[in-house]
Design a protein around this ligand. Sequence first.
Ligand code: GCB
Length: 609
Amino acid sequence: MGTFIFKGAETLLYPRMTEKRQKKPLDGVWKFQLDPSGKGVGERWPSQGIPSPIHMPVPSSYNDITTSEAIRDFLGDVWYETSTYVPSEWMTERIILRFGAVAHHAKVWVNGHFVTESHNGFLPFEADVTPFVNEEKMNRIVVKVNNELTWDMLPPGDVIEKVTEDGEIKRTLHQQHDFFNYAGIHRSVFLYTTPQTFIHSLNIGTDFNGETGIITGESESPPSAFVYYSLKDDQGEIIAERHGATTEIQVPEAEAWSPDNPYLYKLDVYLKDGEGTILDHYYLNVGIRKIEVKDEQLLLNGSPIYLKGFGKHEDAVIRGKGYDPVTNLRDMYLMKETGANSFRTAHYPYAEEVLQLADQLGFLVIDETSAVGLLSQGVPATGNLEPVFSNGKISSHLKEYHLDTLQRLIERDRNHPSVIMWSLSNEASTMEPEAEVYYKDLVELVRKLDDRPIMNVNLMLIEPEKCFVSKLVDIIGLNVYFGWYSTPGDLKAGTAELRNYLERWAKTHDKPIVITEYGVDTMPGLHKVPAVMFSEEFQVQFLEKYHNVFDEFPKVVGEQVWNFADFMTKQDTVRVDGNKKGIFTRDRQPKMAQYTLQKRWKSPLREGK
Ligand code: GCB
């Protein structure tokens, strides 16, 4: 299997309408067909259309839309098709076809011409389709999507083939990660335009010294054009104007961005020719804030901040992993209501629209790559871990893919004030010495691209004294389930184990710690006194006991419960219609534990909490 990396000339700027740019969402109902024998290309579906389609919504996972088990559990190629006119006035512009994300592999044709491919299920990709679109006829867009995982990509997985008793070959997916392998066109599809001379990229940085804010801007654009920045406050009043591709703007008496005051400035960026004519225009929201790790604390705008919140998933009833503004906003209001100030994009980059709202509503986001499952076991991981780094299971292809994902994640998300740190991976086999070289290269790449703190999230089997990666990062993420996966049901023993584990981490590393996961499966409506596992009472007691222990450790600078809501997993003996560790049900109604969190998170606990 070759490498899955495609560094094209694409830009990762989110499509926006301005007087110089247009966009047309292609979301809606598309045609769809399974292709179990992989005959679509041979039968020329890209140019002739897919022959026996059903209807399928975009964006959405395709798995849960119909009642067919064959579609839900399908492994292999599926095809999507839509058609659209392109307005005449677009014909002098660059016309770009952009996908927010397609899981996991996609090949795209426009009017029969192959235009691009992607092998990253959680990041955007696009193609300049200007040469391939017709002015007067409908344009056919065909996408082949494949949901198979390999160990050359993230998240890794294997397709296992077995011959059944009746001689059929049965293919199943073997995966380490604990979420359903939803697939399809998961995020919005846009056709958009840019002028021929256009802004390729923007890198906005901010700093804050308690009074003055500093905004730095860096724009990549053609040498023949001039860049011009105009900064406005939230009322649209101009605060500063600057010329030059690289700029620095000082904002006296700046309004600093924070979860309590998510104040956003607006930065308009123009490209002009020698005569001052505007060639291109793009804009961004800018939150002035400073995030740093210092003295074993996490500081926001110079003061300690304590993260309260959730590990989430992009997961909802029927839509699966399809981006849905309705669910997303409900989630954000529920999180605010619970007193949360943060969340982690476990276990992959989320839709750009999620981060846009996090900027506006004020959430601190731990932005994670799709590196989940870089270890020998699935869930629950107990007992001895087999090596994956030292025995070649993790190949140089996978590492290149990981580096590429990280780079593109940073390029996509670096302008969001809500993003406060990068999470390199979730629960990798970091007790192998070979992991050190692997992670050193990841850390080096991040340091080159951005100055935000770096986190890596650890499995509770990782021994602090033997971890080869934690020393490389700025802040340590810990996933802890003592009293659940170990000493099940015994919270006294569980909390003692937790205390001991945290003591060991605090002793071996002079870094702040965020509890990135803690939680228990809970059936809504199941009540038991005395509490037993899976009851609502048990979830409440688990949280309360864990919180008491967290409060003993000044180095613990955050707690994010696993999970915000119940979510779908593959079928397994340890899962009842999915993972039930949600504080909310899958349809976003509270379990009793929401009130436990609300009580704690809405009252001040210690500085920054
Ligand atoms: C973990 C994983 C998460 C699982 C969770 C669980 O440590 O990071 O993906 O869903 O445990 O519930 O077992």
